[in-house]
Design a protein around this ligand. Structure first.
Ligand code: C5P
Length: 232
């Protein structure tokens, strides 16, 4: 599986998104569509970006009862996305239902990964607000193990946790890692952040970069810098 930089297109309209992507010329970066854009534009934005030639990670982080998640995934499997996700906190049974729903009659399906702990959550917040008292790295690795047992392809975690995930679950189990900032950029609401170069060192498979690219004066140059640092 090739390493790649995924741009988080956290925009409120399709128009804004296309205008942003036009700044990349002929290049067709791997993009992530999150809740804001999907709720604003619906499935059409996925079709539009696929038609433009982009790979799409649909980041809707499903978390509900297994039956509901399975049925929702069945709908999403009709969209030609490359990657989508659920919250591992929904339980192993929910992840199994998600995988079953996502798998098309011919056996093909997009990659399915599980969010472990959001990269905006600190150890202290996890302890105080979610009542989980174990070290973050251990929580992420154990959630990852449940995802692997359910048959998923990998996890979303911070690059800081990628080594523990790969050590416990193997190097083929994907780590898709947000919480990445170019040196000098503000962390914003993210808590567990690293640079693309550090993410490479730690063995991330994909980095997801939003504001370090979307808020840059020259997004194409910032994207190139991320690729250089992460892929070489
Ligand atoms: O702007 P920034 O680089 O912080 O964007 C990170 C993106 O990754 C956001 O779209 C956010 O929703 C997403 N994400 C995350 N942490 C997770 C899962 C997804 O930051 N655990």
């Amino acid at each position: 599986m090739g390493k790649d930089v995924i741009i988080a297109c956290d925009f409120s309209s399709g128009h804004e998104t296309i205008e942003f992507l036009e700044r990349f010329g002929e290049e067709r970066p791997y993009v992530k569509i999150g809740m804001e854009l999907f709720y604003a534009e619906g499935p059409d934005i996925v079709r539009q970006l696929k038609q433009r030639g982009h790979k799409v990670f649909l980041d809707l982080k499903l978390h509900d009862i297994p039956n509901t998640v399975g049925k929702a995934m069945r709908v999403l499997s009709g969209l030609d996305v490359d990657m989508c996700n659920v919250h591992a906190a929904g339980t192993r049974r929910m992840m199994e239902a998600a995988l079953e729903g996502l798998t098309r009659p011919d056996g093909s399906r997009p990659l399915l990964i599980a969010v472990t702990q959001l990269t905006s959550t600190s150890q202290q917040q996890m302890e105080e607000d979610i009542l989980i008292g174990r070290p973050m790295e251990e929580v992420v690795a154990i959630y990852g193990q449940r995802a692997q047992e359910a048959g998923l392809d990998g996890v979303v975690c911070s690059p800081l946790e990628a080594p523990a995930v790969h050590e416990r679950l193997g190097s083929d189990f994907l780590t898709v890692t947000p919480g990445v900032r170019l040196a000098g950029d503000a962390a914003g609401d993210q808590q567990r952040v690293t640079t693309p170069a550090k993410a490479r060192e730690l063995g991330s498979d994909y980095i997801v970069v939003g504001r370090s690219i979307t808020a840059a004066e020259n997004p194409a140059a910032a994207y190139e810098r991320c690729r250089q640092e992460f892929i070489g």
